[in-house]
Design a protein. Structure first.
Length: 233
């Protein structure tokens, strides 16, 4: 961001296994998505190389081997935004995912049956049905970002803190990145968004909490003692 380099989200129609350069921009690789293994990535790239870009979700399910790319992997791809280039919004695609997978498996059975026909020739593939998407509105922007972070471990397209950055800047005196420049005894005010909260009980029974604060410049690990019942930690 500081260098003006745009980072593009993963895409089933553009990404490979790892990071790649796309017209001066960095494209996330499919292997960065949690739950999408190398076998699934290889199957996606092979189907795209063989038949061109995927037209829609059903086309994807019909052409990518379900044994390599199962439902959990497809759901992770959808949540990460890797299928945003396909028609319909993310909520609509998730709503018909099971139906699309069934159509894909049916197409695979038809292909297998055609390969062992009586005359030994390969039967023509059954026509791929156009998906029917329910009339659902897209998820709220905050929900989309939560999905992105769940699937990738970080935000790419945007950051929730941007919505309140102006207010935050009026109260803090330093960013997480600038803390390294602080001298012992300096008093600073930092602020950001809690992206990790892990409660913990010590051996002596003291309630504690490990927090992770993110302010775009970096992350900060914080330990908080819970000293009163009304203290949220």
């Amino acid at each position: 961001r500081k260098r003006g380099i745009q980072v593009l989200p993963p895409s089933v129609n553009a990404s490979g296994n790892g990071f790649s350069i796309e017209e001066g921009r960095i494209r996330f690789g499919l292997n960065a998505i949690k739950g999408v293994g190398s076998a699934a990535v290889d199957a996606i790239v092979a189907a795209r190389t063989d038949g061109g870009p995927f037209a829609d979700l059903v086309d994807f399910c019909c052409r990518v081997e379900s044994a390599a790319c199962n439902r959990l992997a497809m759901e992770a791809l959808l949540k990460a935004g890797a299928m945003d280039s396909l028609p319909a919004n993310r909520k609509q695609k998730l709503a018909i995912l099971d139906q699309a997978i069934e159509l894909g498996q049916s197409a695979a059975r038809d292909r297998a049956a055609g390969q062992i026909s009586l005359f030994g020739d390969i039967a023509a593939s059954s026509p791929i049905m156009a998906p029917h998407y329910p009339g659902l509105p897209e998820y709220e922007p905050a929900q989309l970002l939560d999905m992105e972070r769940e699937a990738l471990g970080l935000y790419i397209s945007d950051h929730p803190i941007n919505a309140c950055l102006e207010t935050l800047n009026t109260h803090r005196t330093a960013t997480v990145e600038e803390l390294s420049e602080a001298r012992p005894g300096d008093e600073v005010v930092v602020g950001g968004m809690l992206v990790g909260v892990k409660p913990y009980t010590s051996k002596n029974g003291k309630l504690m909490c490990f927090l992770t604060l993110d302010d775009l410049s970096g992350t900060l690990e914080i330990t908080k003692n819970k000293t009163a019942t009304h203290d949220s930690g």
